[in-house]
Design a protein around this ligand. Structure first.
Ligand code: ZN
Length: 108
């Protein structure tokens, strides 16, 4: 029997660039950091694809804060912080299936 396991997940990555300021939710001076939140779609928990991403400047205690423009946030970070298999995993999985089909056709 063959079945496909798939899932959606919301991921939050802390990217650093800390600053101290007053948090309106906590009511105290807190550390704020740049964070990236994205929706991850996976097949068999390994082969992923990012469906939506947003940058925020969040309080590290209560996780409330402001949205940051992607162009502004990406100017601060040096490389894409999303792991390879989250960005390209689905494509890797499709390529592996195609490769297996081709190899089985060639060998038979
Ligand atoms: Zn807070």
């Amino acid at each position: 029997m063959f079945f496909i396991v798939w899932a959606h997940k919301l991921i939050l990555l802390w990217l650093g660039f800390a600053e101290q300021r007053l948090c309106s939710v906590c009511g105290q001076t807190r550390q704020f950091q740049l964070a990236l939140q994205y929706k991850l779609f996976t097949i068999y928990w390994i082969f992923g694809a990012v469906s939506q991403k947003q940058y925020f400047n969040l309080c590290t205690v209560c996780k409330h804060g402001d949205k940051v423009e992607a162009s502004q946030a990406e100017a601060q970070i040096q490389k894409n912080p999303i792991p390879f298999m989250h960005r390209w995993g689905l494509l890797v999985g499709v390529a592996a299936v195609v490769l297996l089909v081709v190899l089985s056709a060639v060998s038979s």
